[in-house]
Design a protein around this ligand. Structure first.
Ligand code: PMP
Length: 401
């Protein structure tokens, strides 16, 4: 009998979400590198996806995890016991934010932060309408999926949530649709899956003003943009707009699962009664994840990783010049490299992954398949950026003629 390979087990027993998974077998990861079981080395230019902002297995994060493992893991459902990793993290997060964002509800994932925030807005305002943007991505559960602006992903899962209205992101006329019926407007500060679209500050400010006028909450989804990715700790900092609710996850855990929705104590207070236990979770803010997250936050701040993200992003832009590249968009280390079509881009991505002696991992966006996603760990060095770009350019040269 032949020994069953891990690859066979993967295809037999691990549920698949496409007919063409990457199926890379990774033994070990360190910094910006993934090491394959056959000895291959890959530069991770997408941080799997938007998560490993401090790199894979950052020593400070590992140390925090080990030390928390020696104390306790899960103790009790969310919000009942005073758990130091949670209290320290909540404090540290509020130190990075304006005073109105000082109350943190921990979740296990980004989608759960979105779900919690939707309930919070409905309960706080007593309204039911939630406004989201076309081409937004906020998660895959039925509530979060309802917010998605892409019919293709929703069609076969209806009925979804009623009361969702979609507006065009960065369109001034559509701001008028935010009304006294609106409980909340949810927006990505920089739209990720739409292909990294950066708005004008004045647009976000106008949305803020309209929300304030009509009494709707403004929710910023910083699940992809937070934790230093776009050259400030939070993306909203450079737009001079403060949301009522802020969502984070992904990069927040330094490789461990954790998310949060953050608001004021006044708004968050509605979960306490009518009914009591307005939003509950068993594992939200798991102590080991919270310890990892605090260490991640400290690494990003102490090493000022967000300050370097702009210059590093510029270096990518400078190097990724080629007749087949139509545009490089983005901010900090959240970039989209646009080609003519998916048919041009896909073989380039595949070729870069298979390159020797080092492969480069990139991909495309859910709602923008002619653009290559570049979102490396923020710790990537100038030399590593040059190495990664030369692999990409070699792939572009080989395949675009
Ligand atoms: N919002 C945004 C902007 C995201 O990019 C994502 C994940 N791609 C989510 C929400 C959902 O987060 P998660 O996959 O952790 O549930």
């Amino acid at each position: 009998m032949h020994a069953v390979t891990h690859r066979q087990l993967f295809f037999q027993h691990v549920a698949q979400t496409s007919d063409f998974p990457l199926a890379l077998e990774i033994d070990r990861a360190e910094g910006i590198y993934l090491h394959g079981s056959g000895g291959q080395r890959y530069i991770d230019l997408i941080s799997g996806i938007g998560v490993s902002n401090v790199g894979h297995r950052h020593p400070h994060v590992l140390e925090a995890i080990h030390s928390q493992l020696d104390k306790y893991m899960h103790l009790m459902v969310y919000g009942e016991y005073v758990q130091t990793p949670q209290t320290q993290l909540a404090h540290a997060l509020s130190q990075t934010l304006p005073p109105t964002l000082d109350n943190v509800y921990f979740t296990n994932s980004g989608t759960e932060a979105v779900e919690g925030a939707m309930k919070l807005a409905k309960r706080y305002t007593g309204r039911t309408e939630i406004i989201s943007c076309f081409n937004a991505y906020h998660g895959s559960t039925q509530g979060a999926l309802s917010l998605s602006g892409d019919e293709n992903f929703k069609r076969n899962y209806r009925p979804l949530l009623p009361g969702i209205r979609h507006i065009r992101a960065r369109n001034w006329n559509d701001i008028e649709q935010i009304s006294e019926r609106t409980a909340a407007v949810i927006m990505e500060v920089i739209a990720g899956e739409a292909g990294v679209r950066v708005p004008d500050a004045t647009y976000l400010q106008a949305v803020r003003q309209r929300c304030t006028e009509v009494g709707a909450l403004l929710i910023f989804d910083e699940i992809q943009t937070g934790f230093g990715r776009t050259a400030t700790f939070w993306a909203f900092e450079s737009f001079d707009v403060v949301p009522d609710v802020l969502l984070c996850a992904k990069g927040m855990g330094g490789g461990m699962p954790i998310g949060a929705f953050i608001s004021s104590a006044e708004i968050m207070g509605v979960f306490k009664n009518n009914p009591i236990l307005g939003h509950i979770t068993t594992f939200g803010g798991h102590p080991v994840s919270a310890a990892a997250s605090l260490a991640t936050l400290q690494v990003i701040q102490n090493e000022k990783l967000y300050e370097q993200a702009e210059a590093k992003g510029q270096l990518f832009r400078q190097l990724l010049k080629h007749p087949a590249i139509r545009e490089v968009r983005g901010k900090g280390l959240m970039l989209a490299v646009e080609f003519d079509s998916f048919d041009v881009l896909k073989p380039i991505i595949d070729h870069a992954i298979d390159s020797n002696p080092v492969g480069v991992i990139t991909d495309w966006f859910l709602f923008c398949d002619n653009s290559m996603r570049i979102a490396p760990p923020l710790i990537i060095t100038e030399e590593q950026i040059r190495e990664a770009c030369s692999v990409i350019l070699e792939a572009v040269d080989t395949l675009s003629n």
